[in-house]
Design a protein around this ligand. Structure first.
Ligand code: FE2
Length: 318
């Protein structure tokens, strides 16, 4: 089958769900999982401050690069993120290696149009050009893992960029979770995971399941560096801690822990000014993302919150 750049899922993106049925790679008291920062330095500042206030562990689960084609910005975002636990997303994987015809590595499904896929490939080409001046950073990005298991006092949290089987998988997208929930339930049960945290598909969802282990969740934070809901101007991160956050938009309790979607409130005016300078009108990033950055996607909080019957506790709290 011919490979269309941006549509295919490279073979080396794949792994077995069994990789999550292992001892924890890291232990934490509380956790912020930050996916899809997309090179927004103001969102990065915001999540660093959020984690610092609570002495929480940060895990960046990929695509922390995207709009940061300015060399100084690229260097600064990566140097900062790489001080913390991090996974590589398709963006980091593709800029860390030579062009292999994979395009952006997004493995876009059929509901994403060809023009948008081509613009993503063009953004990736520009970012790869910037990255080529930083061989040491590229080597560090290439060496990042694709998945990890974190443990918080007995709660097992599987973290990946895409889904339980692929770095760029769409099985934990809000669309797939609605259409094929049985698949996600089987993956959670098989890996002995209580919370599966992911990103990549750009829209958030928190969906509750009941497995032989008890209640379990798939939490997709959408994007930390871009708005996720209609008429909003903040990103989203996943927070797991012992006490609820006053900021949470929605969340649930799993045993003694809360799992929440919390806003990443960054300086929008500063960010859009920076974005417009690097990606002016007519550029691929402006065409694909400017509207989302200024007024959010066509998606509501209610669509992201999916409680399980009959005893689900997942609620919207703000
Ligand atoms: Fe991604």
């Amino acid at each position: 089958m011919a490979r269309t750049p941006g549509r295919s899922c490279p073979r080396d993106y794949r792994y077995s769900p069994a990789v999550f049925a292992c001892a924890a790679d890291l232990e934490a008291q509380s956790l912020y999982i930050v996916g899809g920062l997309y090179g927004n330095p103001f969102a990065l500042e915001a999540v660093l401050a959020m984690a610092r206030r609570e002495s929480a562990t940060l895990v960046f689960n990929g695509d922390f690069n995207w709009f940061d084609v300015d060399p100084a910005e690229f260097e600064s975002v990566n140097e900062t993120v790489l001080k913390h636990a991090a996974l590589r997303g398709n963006v980091e994987t593709e800029i860390a290696r030579e062009d292999e015809g994979t395009g952006c590595g997004c493995a876009y499904p059929e509901w994403v149009g060809d023009a948008e896929v081509e613009r993503s490939n063009e953004i990736l080409r520009r970012l790869r050009k910037t990255a080529s001046a930083y061989p040491e950073l590229r080597a560090r990005l290439a060496a990042l893992p694709m998945h990890l298991v974190a443990e918080i006092g007995g709660l097992r949290v599987g973290i990946a960029h895409g889904d339980a089987e692929s770095l760029a998988g769409w099985r934990f997208s809000q669309e797939a979770l609605r259409q094929h929930p049985g698949r996600a339930r089987a993956l959670l049960a098989g890996a002995g995971i209580d919370v599966f945290a992911c990103t990549h598909t750009c829209l958030p969802v928190m969906q509750e399941f009941f497995t032989p282990r008890g209640a379990a969740l798939v939490v997709n934070n959408g994007a930390a560096g871009m708005p996720n809901f209609r008429d909003t101007r903040f990103g989203l991160a996943t927070r797991i801690a012992g006490v609820p956050s006053m900021q949470a938009l929605y969340g649930t309790r799993l045993g003694q822990w809360v799992v929440e979607a919390v806003p990443v409130r960054y300086d929008h005016e500063a960010w859009i000014a920076r974005f417009d300078r690097v990606w002016p009108a007519g550029s691929p990033a402006s065409l694909s993302y400017r509207k989302r950055i200024t007024s959010g996607p066509d998606y509501e909080v209610e669509q992201a919150v999916r409680a399980g019957a009959p005893t689900g506790s997942l609620v919207r709290v703000a």
